[in-house]
Ligand binder design. Structure first.
Ligand code: ADP
Length: 407
C-alpha cells in the first residue's frame, strides 16, 4: 500500500496494484469543498452525524480515480473500467456512504486515518462485509486524493471460528497480518525521506569543510533534514493508527481470562518448542480497564518472544511463567522466561521499531506492545539476568467502580 504516496501514479503504481486488500484512490476535490462548506449544524460538536443528503452528495462527488485488482476481485468486477471514474456511491450502499461521510469529516478535522467495519455492494447486487481504512495523502503531491482500502471480514470471522486446532497459526497470523501489511509499506514510504536526510547531511558536511563554511546553505539543508524526518514520523504514525484497525475500546476486563486465551492460542507453539508453562494467576483480582484485543496481542507477543528466546538459546530448562498480582490500584502482569536473558547492548534498542536479533525477525512486536501499554497509561518494565532469563512486566489500572468487588 502506498500510504501518503499517490498510488496509480508513476512510480507508485506497482505497490498499489500488488496490495492484497482492495484499494481505491479517490479524486475528492469537490468532496473537500462540500465538507468545508457544511453548515455548523451539520458538523455538530465533533461527533459528526451526516444527514442522508450530505452522505449521498459526498458519495456522488468522490470519484474512483483508480482501483487495484484486489478491489475488483472483492467487488466481483471483471474489468476495472467498469468502476474507474465512477462515483463512490456506485459501490457503497447507503449505510457505508454515511460511515464514509463521517470519516471524511474526521479527516478534514485532522485525524490521520480512520478504520471501521461496513459493507460494499458487489456487482450484480448483494453486499460483502469488509473492514475499511480511510486516509489522506500525507505528502503535498496530491492533497485532494483520498485512499480507501477494504478487506473481507469473512476471513477474519472464519479464523475466529476455527480457533480449536489452529491456535498457534492464529496467533502468528494475527501478528503477521498486522506486521506484514505494515512493514512493506513503511519500508517503502520512509525510504525516500531517509535518502533525502542522508544526502542532505552529506552535502552539509561538504559545505562546512571548505575554507569558508557556507552557513546559509547548511541552514537550508538542516531545515530539509528536519522536514523529511517529520514526514517519515508522520507516515509511521498513520500506519500505527491503521494497524490498530479500529478505535480502542476500554471495558472492564478479566485479565486472567485474557491470559488463558493467549495461552490457548500458543499451546501448539509451546509444545513444539518444549516449553513448560506455569500459570500463577491470582484468583482474587479486580477487573481492569483495558482493550481486551490489544492486551491479548501484547501477551501473545511477550509469550511468543519468551518461547523463542528459550528454544533459540537452547536453554535446557524452558519454563515460561505468566503471573498476575494485585497492586494498589492496578493489576500487574509478569511474563517470565528461563532463557538466555536480554543482552545489555540489545536492551537499549529492544523497543525500537525494526530492531530484531532473529534471522527472520521483523522487530515490531515489542514496539507495538509498548505503544499499546503506554496508551493504557502504563509502561513495560524489563528485568533480565544473563543466562537465567528475562521478565517483562506491565500493570493495568483496576476498574474504579469495581475495584472493591472481586470476581
Ligand atoms: P522480533 O520478535 O521480530 O525480533 P520484537 O520487537 O518482538 O521483534 O523483539 C525484538 C528483540 O528483542 C528480539 O529480536 C530479541 O532479541 C529481543 N527479545 C524479545 N524478547 C526477549 C526475551 N524474552 N528474551 C531475550 N530476548 C528477547
Amino acid at each position: 500500500m502506498s500510504i501518503g504516496a499517490s498510488p496509480g501514479r508513476a512510480g507508485d503504481g506497482d505497490l498499489f496494484h500488488a496490495m492484497p486488500m482492495g484499494l481505491f484512490r479517490l479524486a475528492a476535490k469537490e468532496a473537500w469543498e462540500v465538507v468545508a462548506n457544511l453548515a455548523p449544524a451539520d458538523k455538530g460538536s465533533g461527533a459528526f452525524e451526516p444527514s442522508q443528503d450530505v452522505s449521498c452528495t459526498l458519495g456522488n462527488v468522490c470519484l474512483i480515480a483508480d482501483a487495484n485488482p484486489s478491489a475488483c476481485a472483492l467487488l466481483q468486477v471483471k474489468d476495472p473500467a467498469e468502476i474507474v471514474m465512477q462515483p463512490l456511491a456506485s459501490v457503497l450502499p447507503e449505510d457505508a456512504l454515511k460511515q464514509f461521510a463521517g470519516g471524511l469529516y474526521r479527516l478534514f478535522r485532522g485525524q490521520k486515518a480512520i478504520a471501521y467495519d461496513g459493507t460494499v455492494t458487489i456487482a450484480g447486487g448483494g453486499k460483502h462485509e469488509v473492514a475499511f481504512n480511510l486516509w489522506q495523502d500525507v505528502r503535498d503531491l496530491a492533497p485532494n486524493d483520498i485512499y480507501l482500502s477494504f478487506s473481507s471480514l469473512r476471513e477474519r470471522i472464519s479464523l475466529e471460528q476455527t480457533k480449536d486446532g489452529l491456535q498457534s497459526d492464529l496467533a502468528r497470523s494475527a501478528r503477521i497480518s498486522l506486521l506484514g501489511e505494515m512493514t512493506a509499506s513503511i519500508a517503502h514510504e520512509v525510504n525516500q525521506p531517509l535518502g533525502t536526510i542522508v544526502a542532505s547531511a552529506e552535502a552539509g558536511l561538504r559545505w562546512l569543510s571548505g575554507d569558508e563554511p557556507e552557513i546559509a546553505e547548511v541552514k537550508l539543508l538542516l531545515e530539509r533534514i528536519a522536514k523529511n524526518g517529520k514526514r517519515a514520523a508522520d507516515v509511521i504514525a498513520t500506519m500505527r493508527e491503521m494497524a490498530s484497525n479500529r478505535k480502542s475500546e476500554r471495558v472492564p476486563t478479566d485479565i486472567n481470562s485474557v491470559i488463558e486465551e493467549a495461552v490457548l492460542l500458543l499451546r501448539t507453539d509451546f509444545a513444539k518448542r518444549q516449553v513448560t508453562l506455569r500459570l500463577d494467576l491470582s484468583p482474587t483480582l479486580p477487573l481492569v480497564k483495558a482493550d481486551k484485543t490489544q492486551i491479548l496481542q501484547v501477551i501473545v507477543n511477550l509469550a511468543l518472544n519468551a518461547a523463542q528466546a528459550m528454544s533459540d538459546g537452547q536453554a535446557w530448562n524452558r519454563t515460561l511463567c505468566i503471573r498476575t498480582r494485585q497492586g494498589i490500584a492496578n493489576v500487574a502482569v509478569d511474563v517470565e522466561d528461563s532463557g538466555p536473558g536480554v543482552d545489555p547492548l540489545v536492551r537499549e534498542k529492544l523497543f525500537e521499531s525494526f530492531f530484531s536479533t532473529k534471522e527472520a525477525g521483523i522487530g515490531m512486536g515489542l514496539a507495538i506492545c509498548r505503544s499499546i501499554i503506554e496508551a493504557h497509561g502504563s509502561r513495560i518494565e524489563l528485568q533480565s539476568t544473563p543466562h537465567l532469563g528475562a521478565r517483562f512486566s506491565f500493570a493495568l489500572p483496576a476498574e474504579q467502580a469495581l475495584a472493591n468487588g472481586y470476581r
